[in-house]
Design a protein around this ligand. Structure first.
Ligand code: DO4
Ligand code: MG
Length: 276
């Protein structure tokens, strides 16, 4: 089942029917048994076909949650990062974190720095090498239970992080640096291992990049990432966790004004944003 955050409130799409859910978003995403709660609720709800058009322009599925991110969880990301930071002597860090017990985790964005489907993301003015990162994103309750899955774009300034790994927070966190949506797949199981993450980038109406990867290529288990994220670190409103990218455009690529980025994950939908 897919849960949308909309201007009318949370909207549930289940077996081709649409339902308005009269519970606050913060409460839903902190319900450890959300799948069961919604399943039990459905028989008492009234179908409303008009909600389909409301769900076509959903809001970012976030309220008081923070967005965290994992890095170097795919082989492709490890290699790209090692190359970009070679001159700064940082290459070895990425190699080591790929194999280390402790994953790389960082604070990506607050709701205020996050956009939703159809909104414009920001090209940092002091970066000349900025790329989108398409990432399966976990929706986690305050008690650390994964209750859903959405799509995330971890927009990243490769020149800033490549100059010095200590600049990572500036390469990753700035105004409109994150996009999430369009819906949360509420499920007891993660998307199947052969589910694909696809990214397409269009410039002036022409496709200039497209690639896909299977979720199975990820090096770490989701529970392992969440366990580290919650170590001595409480999330009273729940949180989201981007799980890392396995797709990185070629080194000569950088986003330009009006580029359109489409990220699709099987079973969740398509997240589309443009650049300023
Ligand atoms: O360490 C740099 C960031 C890595 C990242 O964001 C990713 O692998 O997705
Ligand atoms: Mg990333």
């Amino acid at each position: 089942m897919l849960l949308y955050r909309t201007s009318r409130g949370p909207v549930l799409h289940f077996e081709s029917a649409w339902y308005l859910i009269s519970r606050p978003w913060n409460e839903l995403v902190n319900d450890d048994s959300l799948f069961e709660t919604l399943t039990k609720m459905i028989p008492s709800l009234k179908e409303d076909a008009l909600l389909e058009s409301v769900a076509h322009t959903p809001l970012a599925p976030i309220n008081d949650q923070e967005i965290w991110a994992a890095g170097v969880t795919y082989f492709r990301s490890k290699n790209a990062r090692m190359e970009e930071s070679q001159d700064a002597g940082g290459g070895d860090f990425y190699d080591r974190v790929y194999d280390a017990v402790r994953p790389e985790l960082f604070m990506k964005a607050t709701a205020q720095r996050t956009v939703g489907p159809g909104e414009v993301m920001h090209r940092r003015n002091d970066s000349k090498w900025i790329v989108p990162e398409p990432e399966l994103t976990l929706v986690i309750t305050r008690s650390g239970k994964i209750i859903g899955y959405t799509i995330g774009n971890d927009l990243s300034c490769r020149d800033i992080e490549g100059e010095n790994p200590l600049y990572l927070p500036q390469a990753k966190s700035f105004d409109r640096c994150a996009s999430i949506g369009p819906a949360v797949l509420v499920s007891k199981e993660p998307p199947p291992k052969n589910a694909k993450i696809r990214m397409k980038i269009q410039r002036l109406g022409k496709m200039i990049f497209q690639e896909q990867i299977e979720i199975a290529q990820i090096k770490r288990r989701f529970e392992e990432l969440v366990e580290f994220l919650f170590r001595d670190n409480s999330h009273p409103n729940g949180c989201l966790l981007m799980t890392g990218t396995g797709i990185i455009p070629p080194d000569e690529f950088s986003l330009e004004t009006d580029d359109v980025i489409e990220i699709e994950i099987d079973g969740i939908g398509k997240l589309i944003n443009s650049m300023d």
